[in-house]
Design a protein. Structure first.
Length: 528
């Protein structure tokens, strides 16, 4: 069956329209401005599912966490009280299509599960979620010969807010990476693999830029007045202009296709790294044992409002290793780990080491705590140590609700050490039966108010202020979807679910009956 539309989908990872707005007004983003006037455009609501950190798995698989069963990339092993960050496990929806599909840098797209799909993964993606792969064999090498190595590897997860020089370097490298991505995409889709019906290209440089550089464009951010803020703003502008040029060049190169340009959700101030990775684990430790584990470290220089700073060449991870050291696992625990590995070997299941994250270094204490904080990149996540679910659970299933309420009360008694405000923005327990909570889920989820950098508690005292790790995060508002092409009427379509993107792609291709896909097609709203 021939596709109804030949389709180019361009995903803009971490692209925030509020950041783009002043650049649009200044005339710096002409292609984005033109695209909006020529498109059916929608705001996308990703809801709480954005805190899973798996937005691109949601696109690659076409499935929401509720339908796919994966709520986080981090799995908790309830036998050994260990955590692992696992690669993508969902099969790509493109492998179920008759449409010929090419992908370029689509995160979480496991080509081994989609033999009909061609292209390249993990070239320069932010959180690729899967090992580098290509089809046909050798395309990765061809990219390297033609365009050189990815130009901004250092800045995919770069830490640079303390340094104006590093902020400039990040902006230059990431803008260059977008330019190379533009040329590589044109080569892949026009010259190397031109016979496609669906092409999905993901541009990740904005995500890599906005997390360390957000304070440059947010006048309300506590770090907006430091030396690196101006260079950070300039750097983001460079990256946005490069992305705008990519959009213009790809639309010119493929003017005969229907184009979708989308971002699953917006970005904003990082409100989670410090409370989720550092403060919450320490608070629950103090609640369990009545004493601190986090060590006092040499005070940082601070801004007048008390916001701590790091020296220009300092490492956040190094500072946190001083504050929260690694506790060697006991001989008994190491023997138990070895026996468990023999009983259920998982050496073929690759996973990312999380020991750099302070929350993971509390793991040796988890068997002896009624509740503990799981490592998390976004919202705070608390696991209750439930008897019969966890190997050394101390909370009975009958006492589960009371244990959750105790943690909620504990957090509601916390204040931001710098402002005196409550630290909780929202807190929820999705499931009433602990047996329904899977290995990549928590019992309690927390979103934080105004990026607390330190906690004060009436019983457990002050947990000292900690500097920002990333200044930007996944706290923005809605994403967006622009659809343009022959027969698509320019219109403002309002707010829809972010999970409607994939069903709409399927409808435009004429393949609307793929089973297991989340969301609803917007096809009925488009004049085709």
């Amino acid at each position: 069956m021939m596709p109804k539309h030949r389709l180019l989908a361009i995903g803009l990872d971490g692209f925030e329209l509020d950041v783009a707005e002043p650049f649009l007004k200044a005339g710096d983003l002409p292609n984005l401005a033109k695209l909006k006037t020529q498109s059916a455009h929608y705001a996308l609501d990703h809801g709480r599912d954005r805190f899973s950190g798996l937005a691109w798995e949601h696109i690659s698989s076409g499935r929401s966490p509720r339908d796919g069963g994966r709520w986080s990339a981090i799995d908790f092993d309830s036998r050994r009280y260990l955590v692992r960050q696992k690669p993508g496990v969902e099969s790509p929806f493109m492998g179920k299509l008759s449409a010929r599909t090419v992908v370029f840098d689509l995160p979480y797209c496991d080509l081994s599960q989609a033999p009909s799909v061609r292209g390249v993964t993990a070239w320069g993606a932010h959180d690729p979620g899967i090992a580098a792969a290509c089809r046909p064999d050798g395309i990765h090498d061809e990219l390297g010969r033609l365009f050189g190595p990815y130009p901004a590897t250092e800045w995919i997860y770069g830490f640079c807010w303390p340094s104006a020089e590093k902020a400039r370097a990040a902006g230059t490298a990431l803008a260059q990476a977008v330019e190379v991505r533009t040329r590589a995409t044109q080569w892949l889709l026009k010259d190397r693999l031109p016979d496609w019906d669906l092409a999905i290209v993901v541009v990740s440089e904005c995500h890599s830029a906005i997390e360390p550089l957000w304070h440059g464009v947010d006048s309300k951010h506590p770090l907006h007045g430091i030396e690196s803020a101006g260079p950070s703003s300039d750097a983001l502008r460079k990256v946005y202009i490069a992305i705008d040029k990519l959009l213009g060049e790809l639309q010119a190169s493929f003017s005969d296709v229907t184009t979708l340009v989308f971002a699953m959700h917006g970005m904003g101030q990082n409100e989670s790294d410090v409370p989720s990775m550092v403060l919450l684990p320490e608070l629950l430790y103090r609640s369990a044992f009545g004493a601190p584990y986090m060590r006092p470290i040499e005070p940082w220089r601070t801004l007048p409002d008390g916001t701590p700073l790091l020296p220009e060449n300092a490492s956040w991870e190094d500072a946190m290793f001083q504050a929260i050291p690694v506790r060697p696992r006991s001989l008994r625990d190491r023997i138990a780990d070895r026996l468990a590995t023999f009983a259920a070997p998982d050496s073929d299941d690759p996973a990312e080491d999380l020991s750099w994250m302070p929350a993971a270094r509390y793991a040796p204490f988890w068997p002896h705590m009624p509740a503990f904080a799981l490592p998390a990149y976004y919202d705070g996540r608390v696991r209750i140590n439930v008897a019969g679910r966890e190997a050394k659970g101390s909370v009975s299933p009958a006492g589960y609700s009371a244990a959750c309420s105790k943690v909620i009360d504990l957090l509601n008694d916390c204040r931001n050490i710098l402002t005196g405000e409550k630290v909780i923005d929202d807190i929820w327990c999705p499931k009433s039966d602990p047996r329904d909570v899977g290995p990549n889920e928590a019992d309690i989820y927390v979103t934080w108010k105004s990026a607390p950098l330190g906690f004060s508690h009436s019983q457990y005292g002050s947990i000292s202020t900690v500097p920002y790790r990333r200044t930007g995060g996944h706290t923005g508002g809605h994403g967006f979807l622009y659809i343009s092409g022959k027969g698509i009427a320019p219109t403002e379509g309002g707010l829809v679910s972010a999970f409607d993107v994939v069903p709409t792609i399927l409808s435009l291709l004429g393949e609307a009956n793929v089973p297991g896909i989340s969301g609803d097609s917007l096809m009925a709203e488009l004049t085709c």
